[in-house]
Design a protein around this ligand. Structure first.
Ligand code: HEM
Length: 138
């Protein structure tokens, strides 16, 4: 029973974290197109608040995942493959923080098209991870 509640919490925090992982790079697309001024300031405020909110959600999602894994003797190839993808996702999250810092410093060097492609990376990771945990193909 505890296991199922922990899994439910894991899924809730993963979903909430992903809301940010999907939306923050969308704000970057708009920031990359905006001229300096009021619009940029508002977008920077939105991005900053979102990123600050996303980080504790990521920590909770990972903490419940680790509890499920280490507390209940779960294992298998699918889990190792999933953990590699989770490591990529954490790197993506950290890189978003660096990109945000560059926008704040007025030093963004990437185009809105680049951010549109960058925005798709969490979608691909989500597809792969959900298939791995549900199907457990190996
Ligand atoms: C440190 C990171 C993580 C660890 C150690 C971890 C571990 C686990 C474990 C052990 C389970 C239970 C599997 C089962 O009962 O069959 C689980 C379930 C799940 N995890 Fe994670 N997880 C982590 C991060 C993530 C992330 C980032 C995502 C999304 C991209 C995710 C998505 C899911 C989903 C959707 C389930 C439910 C699968 C089901 O219905 O059985 N996890 N996780």
């Amino acid at each position: 029973m505890l296991y199922l509640y922990l899994k439910a919490l894991h899924i809730i925090f993963v979903t909430s974290w992903f809301a940010g992982l999907f939306y923050l790079p969308r704000i970057f697309v708009n920031l990359a197109m905006a001229a300096p001024g009021a619009e940029t300031d508002r977008l920077l405020l939105m991005a900053g608040k979102l990123f600050r909110f996303m980080t504790p959600l990521a920590v909770l999602a990972l903490a419940f995942g680790l509890w499920l894994w280490l507390g209940f003797g779960i294992g298998g190839g699918w889990l190792h493959a999933k953990l590699s993808l989770v490591a990529l996702l954490v790197a993506y999250h950290g890189y978003c923080g660096r990109l945000l810092a560059r926008f704040r410093a007025g030093r963004n060097a990437k185009s809105h098209v680049w951010y549109r492609f960058f925005n798709e990376i969490p979608v691909l990771i989500l597809f792969a991870v959900v298939i791995l945990v549900v199907v457990k193909p190996f």
